[in-house]
Design a protein around this ligand. Sequence first.
Ligand code: NAD
Ligand code: TYD
Length: 344
Amino acid sequence: MKILVTGGAGFIGTNFIRMILLNHPEHEIINLDKLTYAGNAENLLDLSDNPNYRFYVGDICQPDHVEPAIVGVDAVVHFAAESHVDRSIQDAAPFVVTNIFGTQLLLDFAREAKVSRFIYISSDQVGGSLLPGIYLRENSPVSPNNPYAASKAAAEHLVFVSYNIHQFPATIARLSSCYGPYQFPEKLIPLVIANTLEFKPLPVYGDGLHIRDWVYVEDACRAIYQILLKGKPGQIYNVGAHSEKTNLEIIKRILKLLDRPEKLITFISDRLGHDRRYGVDSGKIERELAWRSQIDFEEGLRRTIDWYLRNIEWLADTRSSSYREYYDSVYSSRFTVEPTKPEF
Ligand code: NAD
Ligand code: TYD
């Protein structure tokens, strides 16, 4: 298959492309990525000579960038997005543009190019906050609570409309929280690893008891691949790992694995509209596509930490001056108590 991957220089897209190029040489990949702050061309530099790989720097919102990239492709796997909730609360507009308008434009071009598979990568955040014991199913109502989640939900609707009106063969992979190598350190796990390594305070929003279902990125990429091969058009497949954790549990495990003191934990004011719990029911993909997560949280976290320790320069490069500006804008006014200082 010739596969157009959008957003392939970001966290999950990078892992997906690496998996395909290294394990499935029968496929060709075209990566279309705008290289926003979250995209890093270096992630795939070692594969740039692979004859099955081509990289276009381009914006999914620009017809003249999408058109040449989509010619002759069999399938689209659409990851490209603005992906960070805190940024969406600061400024929702880029989320509406890329995640909604960009997805519609891509759907239009893909339909015109007669691609036979289109996988939209969505998020469990579309379902909003769930009470304990309640799981988001593929047919549950959506109820997003932040601009990022709302933009992902809007795009889901557009994908369905395209299927319903035009019988366009689109399928939705709805992922729970992913973690692993190459994740930008604005997200909880890499941010905590990076700060821990530098003995910096670890900012915990609210009481730290918010829950997500954490899936290791390699498992998520295997699920996306199964959906690409065998998923039915017009369907959603939830992808979770039966691995619900509170943020505090995660932070404490990272501290333990890196042998650092818990006094780095610093409670700060809560995120606006902070969803208490996400949890997906992954029964459908397990039953219908025989996918199940294979890497448990302990093992996944160990692998993740190990990757960041082996890629300290990657981490340093991502934490550039614009990252510091972003970090100050989100965190500086929220540290209500003196940050704890380590005794070393
Ligand atoms: P990311 O922020 O790490 O990467 C996004 C990539 O998209 C970057 O390389 C960026 O340069 C690119 N991009 C942004 N705007 C673009 C545009 N207009 N045109 C072309 N490229 C553009 O995101 P991620 O964590 O890898 O997430 C990938 C997808 O998976 C997103 O759609 C996200 O909503 C979804 N998702 C992520 C998670 C998670 O836990 N990370 C969970 C569920 C769903
Ligand atoms: P995040 O990694 O931003 O992903 P999402 O909002 O998509 O779930 O956040 C994961 C959880 O961690 C979420 O409950 C917010 C919380 N969090 C913190 O407590 N401190 C932080 O510095 C960050 C980035 C997140």
